[in-house]
Ligand binder design. Structure first.
Ligand code: WT7
Length: 654
């Protein structure tokens, strides 16, 4: 425990001390692609030089004239260069003798599977690119993709990229209304969907929802339907087309468009936790260089690796580290359609064993679920092919990190905790697996070519301790704007400090330059004038042997301003009692001090999360303050908050 040296002047308190650390295993280091931090050191001095060199690993039809043109808040990377993302993900590998290498190893939820070599992928992408052209899709047109996790999702994205069309992938778990709004905002001309997809043994009727959506999307001219199962649907003559027919009829080669480096590659909508979805715009050259380079450096990708990023293609993680990064690097990628607990809670471990996955990249929300389900599920499987683990999406609590390290990594795999955002396009903060010491819960230093710092609201740099996370120099995969809303782009990201990107996350920096993420700035707790990141309180709770997951929120309090209420999910086999509650409060005091003692602990079987698995603390705050619940449309399961509300009141009475 540390004395409360945090003062009200500080932007964010730095309370939790984590002493554990791990060096990269020697066997890993010996074969690692990067074994020293030398290149990275130099890159921080001269990012443009670093990125200029990195870009040479890709195929350019015409080289760039200048690496960077920066007129804040607008950046252009590889100015004057001509490139095609699909060419770099397919043709380049065929030409380099990799045609028979597996590009995608796909497994459906019911257990069916399909392997696509680079040649198979190349052939199908070419055919589908021609099919899109035959439907009138031209360079710069928008194409909406609303598909399950099936290979055709990847083919569709690459086919768009091949002809210079802009894809907008909408997560298959979103409703008809969300799909409609995203199609309308982008003005998409074609929608690619499927008859359905599998999730926990159920069929998600995508085409059915798509039919609802396109009733109110005047821009849609054609709908393409992939046949995943043999699920019932209506086909509207003239508008709807079967994917397999289009492919059969299409010519086998489609000349790739020579895109300008700054041509838009895709739009991806992100709602954050509130408000109207923003269409984040990514362009071609810089994005590809950023994702390709980070895939190689951070995941230490080797020729024979089997890389599994569990994210859905509907999220940026799926775009950058299931599709563009690894395919540009010529990797073999695993793709899985369904739920981690179907038909049993060992599905992920069974997949790793079956395909010999060597690099596994997933989210803390999943790791905490595995922890909650218990060790017996991974323990049943041979996970010895794994050599590197990754985490992304939320801060990973040190205890969850330790569990991941011991039970999945068998204490012999480095873990990369990668911080980034839909807006950043690529990983921005992470250790290098063959170079850096790992500290559970801390993401590490910025990656090569990226400059990160902490600032307070006055714009002064915070060297050690807590502050607001800022990116102080442009990076190649950065967003180029919000589709149709330049003011919001300026306002949201570039107005806090001059020419510096505001990430809206709190973090602390230690003397060795490691960044530890503390949670979203909107969620920060303010207890008697001390600003405390949600992550520290939550990690202190998850540190307790009974706790699997927790969410801390600040609720109005007459004296302290705010009091902490912690929502807690227990591990299997543990039960709620007033003793456990008292014990947990004491545990937090022990770990971080009396300032962080929760006023109340609320036990709950689930926590409200977004569809991508992020805890929605705003709703928990509303529950705690007895408010009418705010916008719940971004929730994965809206019934959870109603149940929680009831529980909250019942436990209060008890
Ligand atoms: C927000 C961005 C990045 C792809 C998936 C999420 C949080 C992300 C970490 C991490 C702590 C993290 C941040 C960030 N976040 N990775 N390793 N440690 N927090 O993309 O939906 O745009 O969310 O996710 O709060 O700002 P996103």
């Amino acid at each position: 425990m540390k004395d409360e040296r945090s003062s009200t002047q500080e932007e964010l308190s730095d309370l939790l001390v984590e002493e554990r650390h791990f060096e990269p295993p020697e066997e890993f280091k010996a074969l690692a692609y990067l074994r020293t931090g030398e290149i990275r050191e130099k890159s921080w001095e001269d990012p443009e030089d670093f990125w200029g060199n990195a870009a040479k690993g890709l195929h350019w039809f015409k080289p760039w004239d200048r690496v960077l043109e920066w007129e804040p808040p607008n950046a252009k990377w590889f100015v004057g260069g001509k490139i095609n993302a699909c060419y770099n993900c397919c043709d380049r590998h065929i030409k380099a003798g990799q045609r028979n290498k597996a590009a995608l190893i796909w497994e459906g939820e019911p257990g069916d599977s399909r392997v696509m070599t680079y040649w198979d992928l190349y052939r199908e992408v070419n055919q589908f690119a021609n099919a899109l052209k035959s439907l009138g899709v031209k360079k710069g047109d928008r194409v909406a993709i609303y598909l399950p996790m099936i290979p055709e999702a990847v083919v569709s994205m690459l086919a768009c990229a091949r002809i210079g069309a802009i894809h907008s992938v909408v997560f298959g778990g979103f409703s008809a209304e969300s799909l409609r709004d995203r199609i309308n905002d982008a003005g998409a001309k074609v929608l690619i969907t499927a008859d359905g997809g599998y999730r926990r043994g159920q069929i998600i009727p995508l085409k059915h929802d798509a039919d609802y959506a396109v009733k109110e999307t005047p821009s849609i001219e054609h709908v393409v339907i992939v046949r995943r199962g043999d699920f019932p649907l209506r086909v509207k003559a003239g508008r709807d087309h079967w994917y397999h027919r289009l492919i059969q009829e299409a010519a086998s080669y489609c000349e790739p468009e020579q895109c300008d480096s700054e041509d838009i590659l895709y739009i991806l909508y992100t709602s954050g936790t509130t408000g109207k979805p923003k269409g984040i715009v990514h362009t071609t050259g810089g994005y590809l260089v950023g994702t390709y380079t980070t895939t190689k450096h951070i995941f230490d990708l080797h020729h024979d690796d089997v890389f599994w990023c569990t994210a859905d293609v509907g999220w940026v993680t799926g775009h950058s580290y299931l599709v563009y990064g690894p395919l540009a690097a010529g990797a073999t990628c695993v793709m899985y359609e369904g739920a981690p607990d179907w038909p049993d809670r060992d599905r992920f471990w069974a997949i790793i064993e079956k395909y010999g996955v060597s690099i596994f990249y997933t989210a803390p929300t999943a790791i905490r679920a595995f922890m909650k389900w218990g060790d017996k599920w991974p323990d049943q499987h041979d996970l010895s092919t794994l050599r590197l683990l990754g985490s992304v999406g939320e801060p990973i609590n040190p205890e969850a990190w330790m569990w991941y390290h011991e039970h999945i990594g068998r204490a012999s795999c480095p873990i990369v905790d990668t911080w980034w955002q839909t807006e950043t396009g690529m990983i921005m903060i992470s250790t290098l697996p063959g170079v850096d010491r790992m500290k559970p819960g801390s993401a590490g230093p910025p990656v090569s070519g990226v400059r990160v710092a902490l600032y307070n609201s006055q714009g002064q740099e915070v060297k050690t301790g807590g502050g607001l996370l800022a990116i102080t120099y442009p990076w190649p995969a950065m967003l180029r704007g919000i589709w149709g809303d330049p003011e919001r782009y300026q306002e949201q990201y570039w107005s806090k400090w001059e020419n510096i990107y505001f990430a809206a996350d709190g973090a602390k920096r230690s003397e060795d330059g490691y960044f530890t993420l503390l949670g979203r700035v909107d969620d920060v707790l303010n207890i008697a004038g001390h600003r405390i990141g949600t992550m520290e309180v939550e990690s202190a709770l998850v540190d307790h042997p009974a706790v699997a997951e927790s969410a801390a929120v600040g609720i109005k309090h007459e004296i302290k301003g705010q009091a902490i209420v912690a929502f807690v999910t227990l591990k299997e086999g543990h039960k709620f009692s007033t003793e456990v509650e008292a014990d947990l409060k004491e545990h937090v005091v022990q770990k971080i001090g009396p300032i962080a003692r929760p006023e109340r602990i609320v036990f709950s079987a689930d926590l409200p999360k977004t569809r991508s698995g992020k805890i929605m603390r705003r709703l928990l705050r509303d529950i705690g303050e007895g408010k009418i619940l705010g916008d719940t449309t971004t929730l994965a399961d809206a019934t959870i908050v109603e149940r929680l509300k009831q529980q909250y009141e019942e436990q209060e009475d008890a």
